[in-house]
Design a protein around this ligand. Sequence first.
Ligand code: SF4
Ligand code: SF4
Length: 313
Amino acid sequence: MLYSSQLIKAKAQTLGFTACGIAPVASAESEAQYFDQWIAEGCHAGMKYMENYRAIRLNPSGLVEGAKSVISVALNYYPKASLPAEAPHIAYYAYGKDYHVVVKELLSKLYQQIIDSSTAQSLPEADRPTARFFTDSAPILERYWAWRAGLGWIGKNTNLIIPGKGSFFFLGEIVTTFEVDEYDSPQRNRCGKCTRCLDACPTGALERPKRLNANKCLSYLTIENRGEIPSEQASCLGNRLYGCNTCQEVCPWNRFAQPTTIEAFHPSPALLALRKEDLTDFSREDYNRIFAGSAVKRAKYEGLLRNINNLKE
Ligand code: SF4
Ligand code: SF4
């Protein structure tokens, strides 16, 4: 049985996804050489987990037995209000509730609606399609699959860029055993001669187009990194408290960014009111109050304290 690609996309749109595309499951062998070199040269920094599950990373059929399709979606997180320039800088994606929870819930709803609208629901359990949902939560090449599913292209800043919409999107995938009547095709890269992201990166972490060295990236160093921030990169932090938007903010495609309509991603009043002076004697209670349910908690209290200590006076 083939599922309707148009119906799936219509349901995704109704749930609030900005883009949805579908690719047939296949090996991502074309990425293998780049990925292996990136790991071999240590560009993944302290993210040792990137070394694991290589085979699954390069073929999602290792995630779902008998997988036939990857449904890729994008959910807008561009904020409708942002912290003023003088406030501590927090990456836009962390303004609202933790996206892992929000995106996964929506993916689960989408899949349920697809099944409910098909004859699969009347099949015996053993004959029904199966699926798993992911958002930055499994060894799967999310941007690659978004590209394969026709959502956009991977820019020189390594982000997925959706034409006419920009790159401030969470990506999510449903890897499933069903097939659809019409698969999407990849889009061509439309970065052209632009090098704005490479030129604007304060630390040179974008060493060349599509090559990000996490050891130098302020986003990695203020979030995933559990150690000290090397002095060379710390001197470039400015007022970045959590993450860095620079290589996205300068991208001309983000002039099309529209504020998200997803309520959960709207910044809380406590976050919008945050100022540098509030970070003096920043307690665990302050941390829990201001960042309740937020992705900022990924850095943990200790990581945020480290970042606070590195903020420019
Ligand atoms: S997030 Fe910031 S530091 Fe990292 S590559 Fe982009 S501009 Fe450079
Ligand atoms: S800033 Fe320019 S080069 Fe970089 S991702 Fe955007 S369009 Fe591509």
